[in-house]
Design a protein around this ligand. Structure first.
Ligand code: ADP
Length: 483
C-alpha cells in the first residue's frame, strides 16, 4: 500500500505565493513515485486565492475544533490539480486578509489555528498519514500539538500515534516569535512547554523551535545550508539546537518545475530556444525586452538580470555600494522586485539617471520574470545567506549565467567557471564584499565580450545541468522510508 504523506504549508503555487516556499510545496509533490507515495497538500483557503481556483474547490465537510478554550469553525475544501489532491482549510475569520502574512501576533494565532485544523482534518477525512511534512514556522506547532495532545489515546485513540513528522526549514530567519504569555493564551499550550529545551528561546516563545524540537526529522533545502546553520553566523540564534539535532538533520536541495520553466516550450517567451540553438535564438528575447522596457536595443549588449525580494538578505547592500560601477556604458541592468523602500528607490533613481541601460520594475510580475530569465546574459544573486535559492536554478535552465556569492544553495548549485579546465556553469565570489562582487561581474563581462566561444560553452553546461525535482524527490522518499 502506498505510504500516506501530507504536506502542511502556508503557501503553494499556483494558488498563492510570496516566495520560494510556494514553489517547493506546489511542485515537489508531483515528483514522488505515485505507486509508492500518496502525497497530498493542505493549505489555508485564503480569500485572496484567485477566483479561477476558488471556483474549482469542492466543499468536503465542516466541524469545530477547540483552540485555547474556544470552539472554532473548520471548513474543508478540496481540489485536484495535476494529479495531486489539495485540501484547503476554510475560516473567514482567519483567512480573509488582503495579504497572507499580516501582523505578528495575529499571524501566530492564525497559524496556531491552521496547525490544529490540519491535524483534525486528517481524522475527519480519515487520512491516516504515515508522515506529516511541515514547512517553516507557520506549521512548527504541528509536531508540538501532535505529541502533546493528539498522541494521547484518551483524546483520539490510536489514530495519531504512529504518525511521524518532518519539518523543512526554508529560511531559518523566520521563526514565529512572541512573548510567552500571549503565545500561551492564543495556542492553549501549557507553561511546561515554554522552557529552554522546548518552545522558549531568548525569553520568547518560538514556533519554529517547537517544530525543530518535536519533529522526528529536520530537513533544510541544501546541504551547504544544513552545515552553515550549525554556526552562529547563520544559525539565527538556534545554532545550538541545530547542532544538538545534527544527527536528525538532512540537507536536500530544491528543484524547479521543469515543465513550467522550459525555454523550449515556455509560452510567455517571445522566442523559444533550447540547448541546440540558444546562440542564435536566445538574443531575440533580449531585443524584445529592450524594446518593451525602453532600453537601447542592442543584441550584443551585456545584460544582467536581478529578480528578487529587495532586502539585505539578498545582498542589496552590496549592489547599493557599487551600482554606479556596475551600470557602465556597456552593461544593461534589469531589475524586478519589491521590498525595502530604500532599495526600491535606489533602482528607480538609477533608471531615471541611466534610462537607456537600467530598468527598474518595482512590482511582482510572473510573466516578466520569465522574460527576464530568458533575455539576460547573466543573473546577479549576491546573497548574504541563501538556504537554497530558486532564481539561480531558473537562470541556469534558461542559459543565463548566475553570478552568485558562495553561500548555501548558491554554492551547491552553481559551479564556478574554471577557465583552465573549461568547467563550470556560472561565476561566484566568496566574501561578502561589494568589490569582490564587482570584480566577478567584470570578469564575467570580459568573457562575454572577448571570449564568446567560452561563454557559450558555459551556457551550454548551465542549460545541461539538471535541477529538476526527480533527484531530490528520491532523497525525500528515502528519508520517509527510514522514518
Ligand atoms: P526567496 O528567498 O524569495 O524565496 P528564491 O530564490 O528561493 O527566493 O525564490 C524566489 C522566487 O520568486 C523565484 O521563483 C523568483 O523568480 C520569484 N520572484 C521574486 N521576486 C519576483 C517578482 N518581483 N516578480 C516575479 N517573480 C518574483
Amino acid at each position: 500500500m502506498a505510504k500516506k504523506v501530507i504536506f502542511a504549508a502556508s503557501e503553494a503555487v499556483p494558488f498563492i505565493k510570496t516566495g520560494g516556499l510556494a514553489d517547493v510545496v506546489g511542485s515537489l509533490p508531483k515528483a514522488f513515485d505515485k505507486e509508492k507515495y500518496d502525497v497530498r497538500v493542505i493549505l489555508p483557503k485564503y480569500r485572496i486565492i484567485p477566483e479561477r481556483y476558488q471556483s474549482q474547490m469542492e466543499y468536503v465537510m465542516n466541524f469545530y475544533i477547540e483552540l485555547a478554550g474556544k470552539w472554532v469553525y473548520v471548513g474543508v475544501f478540496q481540489m485536484q490539480l495535476d494529479g495531486i489532491t489539495f485540501y484547503f482549510i476554510d475560516n473567514e475569520y482567519y483567512f480573509s486578509g488582503d495579504r497572507i502574512y499580516e501582523d505578528g501576533l495575529w499571524d501566530l494565532e492564525k497559524f496556531a489555528y491552521f496547525s490544529k485544523a490540519c491535524l483534525n482534518t486528517l481524522s475527519a477525512i480519515d487520512f491516516k498519514a504515515d508522515i506529516i511534512h511541515c514547512h517553516d514556522w507557520q506549521t512548527g506547532l504541528i509536531p508540538v500539538y501532535l505529541k502533546n495532545e493528539y498522541w494521547n489515546p484518551n483524546n483520539y485513540g490510536d489514530f495519531y500515534q504512529n504518525m511521524k513528522t518532518v519539518i523543512t526549514i526554508h529560511n531559518l530567519k523566520f521563526q514565529g516569535r512572541w512573548n510567552i504569555d500571549d503565545m500561551m493564551r492564543i495556542t492553549g499550550l501549557g507553561a511546561y512547554l515554554f522552557t529552554s529545551d522546548k518552545l522558549e528561546s531568548y525569553q520568547a516563545g518560538n514556533y519554529l523551535k517547537g517544530g525543530l524540537v518535536y519533529a522526528d526529522w529536520i530537513t533544510t533545502v541544501s546541504s551547504v545550508y544544513a552545515d552553515e546553520i550549525k554556526y552562529p553566523f547563520y544559525g539565527e540564534g538556534l545554532d545550538g539546537l541545530i547542532r544538538a539535532r545534527a544527527n536528525n538533520l538532512t540537507g536536500i536541495v530544491n528543484g524547479i518545475d521543469y515543465d513550467e520553466w522550459d525555454p523550449e516550450k515556455d509560452p510567455m517567451l517571445i522566442q523559444n530556444y533550447g540547448i541546440g540553438n540558444f546562440a542564435e535564438e536566445k538574443v531575440k528575447n533580449k531585443t524584445a525586452l529592450q524594446e518593451e522596457l525602453g532600453l537601447t536595443v542592442d543584441g550584443d549588449r551585456f545584460m544582467i538580470g536581478l529578480i528578487s525580494r529587495l532586502t539585505d538578505q539578498k545582498g542589496m547592500d552590496l549592489i547599493d555600494c557599487v551600482i554606479e560601477q556596475i551600470c557602465s556604458e556597456d552593461v544593461q541592468l534589469v531589475v524586478l522586485g519589491t521590498g525595502e523602500a530604500r532599495y526600491e528607490n535606489l533602482f528607480r533613481y538609477y533608471e531615471w539617471k541611466y534610462h537607456d541601460r537600467v530598468s527598474a520594475n518595482i512590482m511582482y510580475d510572473n510573466t516578466r520574470s520569465h522574460r527576464i530569465y530568458a533575455a539576460c546574459d547573466a543573473f546577479l544573486m549576491p546573497s548574504l545567506f541563501e538556504p537554497c535559492g530558486l532564481s539561480q536554478l531558473m537562470s541556469l535552465r534558461y542559459g543565463t549565467l548566475p553570478i552568485v556569492r558562495e553561500t548555501g544553495g548558491l554554492k551547491e548549485t552553481v559551479e564556478p567557471y574554471n577557465e583552465y579546465e573549461n568547467t563550470g556553469t556560472g561565476f561566484s565570489f566568496a566574501n561578502y564584499n561589494a568589490h569582490d562582487m564587482l570584480h566577478t561581474i567584470e570578469y564575467a563581462k570580459g568573457i562575454y565580450y572577448n571570449r564568446k566561444k567560452d561563454w557559450n560553452g558555459i551556457v551550454k553546461r548551465a542549460m545541461a545541468s539538471d535541477f529538476s525535482w526527480a533527484a531530490s524527490a528520491r532523497k525525500y522518499e528515502a528519508l520517509y522510508e527510514q522514518l
